[in-house]
Write a protein that binds this ligand. Structure first.
Ligand SMILES: *Cc1c(COP(=O)(O)O)cnc(C)c1O
Length: 421
């Protein structure tokens, strides 16, 4: 459920007409709903009620300071994957003891910054990383709290580019090697082993892969405890999928996911962490764009928009589907027509949809890409020197620009000319 609905014949974000934001901010832009972000965070939090838990929002999905502050105020922790994200989380007021640090390639500088600033735990992914982290922590006269990410070798049944839990993926250590890797971790002076981490992928639309993975985590927990390790925390990753179109079957709800966690892992008495990103932010954001031209081609018609692949790369990168709807509500029963919906960038990959049925649209009309809140703005670039598009946050009847569109001068002045030119 989200808060982007037609009211009085036009699309609103909560109580604000999208056309009003477009008139003030210009197009294209991203627009997020505070109510939807809040609702999604709470669904996860409530799904784990009764268990000692922390929902660590995977901020790589959407990391604007205003979004982080909105979630942090509700009590959210953060899952960060870089020193930059760690700095962003801290700048948004998230305390270090609510931040977990994931990723296969943490540098020594990133480890140092997180240890100095405060960290809940590092989710460590390899033996060389363990050695580096132990050395960094020891030099600083401290111990780094860690979980070790195990790769359970399950098929998350999602797009290959976002599956992370198969043995051929670069993530984690093979679960079959857990015993020896935990023994090594326990022997390193700068590490404090607190638990186990697992994350099997993204846009997962069935519970079965989770059940398989979490069953393996339960077995490993018991095995490691028998070996003498104090396994007291389980980080279960993120990845729960969202409905990208209303016609598809709905993926499992956070409530059902929470029930599964309770069933598979509740008896272990561990503190539970989860790292949802897409489900918190995805349907809490839309990208709004304007039709520049309606072009008739040979055998097909094109809607050429002012938004492009550099603004929303998911269709080009993952063949992702986004529902695209007119901002002015079409009359009931109006005849639809197939269009290829494209941006202005000089690449054939700059295609959002092929032969998509749309109601009649004309130059200047506004359209909204639904479900664009996660992996949208954060993956955008300035390819073709198209400025990063603004982000707007709505809260009931108010809206605010939470990242402004840079001017051409600001973009150009980021470059510097060497003295010899
Ligand atoms: C990307 C990622 C997540 C979030 O995945 P979603 O599909 O957005 O929920 C969580 N944990 C880790 C380690 C990740 O890399």
């Amino acid at each position: 459920m989200d808060h982007f609905l037609y009211k009085d014949g036009q699309l609103h974000a909560e109580d604000v007409p999208i056309a009003e934001i477009a008139a003030e901010v210009g197009t294209p832009f991203y627009c997020y709903s505070t109510a939807t972000l809040t609702r999604h965070y709470r669904l996860f939090d409530e799904a784990l009620q009764g268990m000692d838990h922390l929902v660590c929002y995977a901020m790589k999905a959407a990391s604007n300071q205003a979004i982080l502050k909105t979630l942090a105020a509700l009590g959210a922790g953060m899952d960060v994957v870089s020193g930059g994200e760690y700095a962003r989380a801290r700048a948004a007021g998230v305390p270090g003891d609510r931040i977990v640090f994931s990723g296969v390639g943490k540098t020594r500088e990133e480890m140092q910054a997180a240890l100095a600033g405060g960290i809940r735990q590092f989710n460590v992914e390899s033996e060389p990383e363990m050695a580096a982290l132990s050395a960094v922590a020891s030099e600083m006269g401290t111990k780094a709290p860690i979980t070790i990410r195990v790769n359970p070798d399950v098929d998350a049944k999602t797009h290959a580019k976002i599956a992370t839990g198969k043995s051929e993926n670069k993530f984690g250590i093979p679960i079959s090697r857990a015993k020896e890797v935990y023994a090594l971790a326990a022997s390193l002076p700068g590490l404090d082993v607190v638990g186990i981490d697992v994350h099997i992928g993204s846009q997962i639309t069935e519970l079965e892969p989770y059940a398989q993975a979490y069953r393996k985590v339960a077995e490993v927990t018991e095995m490691l405890r028998a070996e003498g390790h104090d396994i007291r925390r389980l980080d279960l990753g993120g990845g729960l999928g969202i409905p990208y179109t209303r016609s598809n079957e709905a993926p499992p709800l956070p409530t059902e996911y929470g029930a599964l966690i309770r069933e598979e892992l509740g008896h272990l008495g561990c503190e539970i962490e989860i790292e949802p990103g897409r489900l918190v932010a995805g349907n809490a954001g839309i990208m709004v764009s304007r039709v520049i031209y309606v072009k008739s081609g040979e055998g097909r018609d094109f809607l050429i928009l002012d938004g492009a692949m550099n603004d929303l790369i998911r269709p080009a990168m993952y063949d992702a589907h986004h529902d695209i709807i007119p901002v002015m509500e079409p009359a009931a029963g109006v005849e639809q027509q197939p269009f290829d919906i494209v941006g202005p960038v000089c690449e054939s990959g700059d295609t959002f949809a092929k032969q998509r049925l749309m109601p009649p649209l004309a130059e200047g009309d506004l359209v909204a890409f639904r479900s664009a809140g996660a992996y949208g703005a954060v993956m955008s670039s300035e390819y073709n020197t198209r400025p990063l598009i603004p982000e707007v946050l709505v809260n009931e009847h108010q809206f605010a620009v939470i990242r402004a569109r840079p001017t051409f001068d600001e973009i150009i002045n980021r470059d510097t000319i060497p003295a010899w030119l």
